[in-house]
Design a protein around this ligand. Structure first.
Ligand code: ZN
Length: 312
């Protein structure tokens, strides 16, 4: 599929004929008067900030008048969103952008995307959601297709008041070695899952710090390494052709890669704005979409606006 920019006429067509404001998730509309809305009018950035609306109808009228290039809502809830004052709390959010994934099994160069790495971004988002629900017991965890990857929104009271989010970030990403990697549950399990996920996507190009021969040995024996992780073997990287020094380096690198799979700045910044689900990602002509059924969601059939099919 070709990712082409939407023209102003196509944007107008989308917002007039296809967009339904009721597709904005309830967790945003229910708190609309506390959210800051930001617009990018022409692709030059979110220069129109400090917008606030008391009703969904007001927001609808505004969006249908502007046909914005992009529209975002704040993850924060404010007493005065029109001044960005009176911060109350913020959704816990994670941003997984396929184009920034440090390792992926496709041949995309950094900055590009394809259906393979978009699918891998979803796989990662689902792991992350599982950790948030299972290990943290968070109930409200939503997935949104962002256009080039996925956003995980957690509008759960228990998470929204946490101001320092770096610990939860490194936990969920498995970027720190657990004290006891053999523990059946808890963080050790999350860490093992992230290590297995990262190994499964490894290519030789991701191991350029090793000699080509050792890198090839790691990649060739990925399945054995993953089986070792799942069997809770401490020395899962101890496979033929990979010495102790190399396997130590690989493990460090795996944790580094795992930590880079989400954009940490987005999670840590509690005054972030994030693309509004249901709105158009004009740069690539895809719809930012709340994903209700992740297993069957396919962005290329569920997030493509009608005008793309009607293009000459
Ligand atoms: Zn790709």
């Amino acid at each position: 599929m070709e990712f082409r920019e939407a023209t102003p006429t196509e944007r107008m067509q989308y917002y007039a004929e296809e967009w339904n404001p009721r597709s904005i998730p309830d967790f945003i509309t229910a708190a609309l008067p506390e959210k800051e809305i930001a617009y990018d009018h022409n692709g030059s950035g979110y220069n129109d900030r400090y917008n606030a609306y008391t009703t969904l109808r007001e927001l609808e009228v505004r969006i249908k008048t502007l046909n914005p290039y992009a529209v975002c809502a704040s993850t924060a809830y404010y007493e005065h969103p029109e001044k960005r004052e009176g911060w109350k709390k913020a959704e816990l959010v994670f941003d997984i952008d396929a184009k920034d994934l440090p390792i992926r099994s496709c041949s995309c160069e950094p900055g590009s995307i394809c259906d393979v790495c978009i699918e891998e971004a979803k796989e990662l988002a689902l792991h992350l959601m599982d950790t948030l629900k299972g290990d943290f017991g968070l109930g409200e965890v939503h997935l949104a297709y962002s256009g080039r990857g996925y956003h995980v929104h957690v509008p759960d009271e228990r998470a929204e008041h946490i101001e320092n989010r770096s610990a939860i970030l490194s936990y969920v990403m498995g970027s720190v070695r657990p004290n006891d990697p053999l523990m059946v549950g808890g963080y050790a399990r999350t860490w093992r899952r992230m290590m297995a996920f990262t190994v499964s996507k490894l290519q030789e190009r991701d191991l350029s710090f090793l000699s080509p021969k050792v890198a090839a040995a790691v990649v060739e024996q990925k399945e054995a390494i993953i089986a070792g992780i799942q069997a809770r073997k401490l020395d899962f990287l101890n496979v033929p052709g990979v010495g102790k020094a190399s396997s130590d380096k690989v493990l460090e690198k795996l944790m580094e890669y795992a930590g880079l799979t989400v954009d940490g700045k987005v999670t840590i910044d509690t005054k972030r704005i994030l693309r509004l689900p249901s709105s158009l990602h004009s740069k690539i002509s895809m719809i930012c979409t709340l994903v209700k059924h992740p297993e069957t969601f396919d962005p290329f059939s569920h997030a493509v606006p009608r005008f793309v099919h009607e293009r000459p």
